[in-house]
Design a protein around this ligand. Structure first.
Ligand SMILES: C[S@@+](CC[C@H](N)C(=O)[O-])C[C@H]1O[C@@H](n2cnc3c(N)ncnc32)[C@H](O)[C@@H]1O
Length: 313
């Protein structure tokens, strides 16, 4: 049996939060294999519009094929979702009714050795979401100094052994360039204490995630993209965000709270500096999580957190 490109997670919950209706305009900012786009698109028929973004050309091709049978205006845009406003302007699309961000990488990207995202599969140390442009992870690791690598591992991976790992990377690259995924996974493994070698989670998990996030500017894209999506959404429109790690969910939570009028400043400041204002109504206070049944059918769903908000008219 061939592997599915990507199993979309929490589809029913996404539909419940977004509540897409016939004739509506939906933007899927991270189309991946098009699973969510297809589920939402079916609700827009006939006559609605579905716009799909992805930085990955291969994902867009698959997503486009997946939704091709729908009776809708369909557009597929290879772009960073942080550019959503200019891209929608170019398509002549005004204010969408619903928007979905499903962050991070797809199963297909993780499972493709040649993309270099996996510490389990041997491949070039690439990790670019858009495989046609920009620096690879190997080039980034050759360029950065030890302190900068350590900062990335701490900030984007919460890596406890960041200093040891960054020193080991700098030591290793002085004798030979670090070009492959398994080379890096071995360096990380030998840098951390032996006591954690047999943990359920591979010792290189956090390093690979942190480097991918830094290389692709994922946190910057989330910050700029989320703000742009909320600005662009139609009054009464809905946005949902699926996060896969705590840093992402924290940012989404703060931004939804700030734009629901809840000040995010440090306690004790004489006045509000975060720009809190009432533009949104949160659709859930606590993030929704996959059901145990979904997790047992698709283990990768286990870390998903889903938040949603409605733009006030
Ligand atoms: C978790 S997958 C989405 C899966 C999708 N919801 C589905 O049903 O198959 C995330 C996708 O977002 C894309 N992506 C990540 N960051 C992006 C960005 N800043 N702009 C556009 N696409 C991005 C990745 O290339 C990947 O294909």
């Amino acid at each position: 049996m061939t592997q599915p490109f990507h199993e979309p997670v929490m589809v029913e919950e996404v539909l419940r939060l977004l509540d897409p209706v016939c004739g509506g305009v939906h933007i899927d900012l991270t189309a991946g294999g098009g699973g969510h786009a297809l589920a939402v698109g079916r609700r827009l028929e006939p006559g609605g519009s579905l716009v799909m973004f992805d930085r990955d050309a291969e994902a867009l091709t698959v997503a486009r094929e997946r939704v091709a049978g729908l009776n809708l205006r369909i557009e597929a845009v290879q772009a960073n979702f942080s550019d959503v406003e200019s891209q929608l302007d170019a398509l002549g699309i005004g204010q969408p009714d619903t928007m979905l961000l499903d962050l991070g990488v797809s199963s297909h990207q993780l499972d493709s050795a040649e993309r270099g995202f996996s510490f389990r599969l041997d491949g070039p140390l690439d990790m670019r979401l858009d495989a046609s442009s920009g620096e690879t992870a190997a080039q980034m690791l050759a360029r950065l100094d030890a302190l900068e690598i350590e900062r990335i591992l701490r900030e984007h991976g919460d890596e406890r052994w960041a200093r040891r790992i960054s020193s080991a990377i700098v030591r290793a690259r002085s004798s030979a360039p670090i070009c492959t995924t398994l080379q890096l996974a071995d360096i990380v493994r030998s840098a951390v204490p032996r006591s954690i070698h047999d943990h359920r989670i591979h010792p290189a998990t956090r390093t690979f995630m942190a480097l991918r996030i830094a290389l692709n500017g994922e946190m910057e894209a989330l910050e700029a993209g989320l703000a742009a999506c909320i600005r662009r959404l139609a009054p009464g429109g809905r946005i949902a965000v699926l996060s896969w790690q705590s840093n992402e969910d924290r940012r989404v939570k703060r931004e939804f709270a700030r734009l629901s009028g809840i000040c995010q400043c440090e306690p004790g400041l004489p006045d509000c500096r975060c720009g809190a204002r009432v533009d949104l109504e949160r659709l859930v206070r606590k993030p929704l999580e996959p059901t145990p049944a979904e997790i047992s059918a698709n283990l990768r769903a286990r870390s998903a957190k889903l938040r949603g908000a409605r733009k006030l008219p």
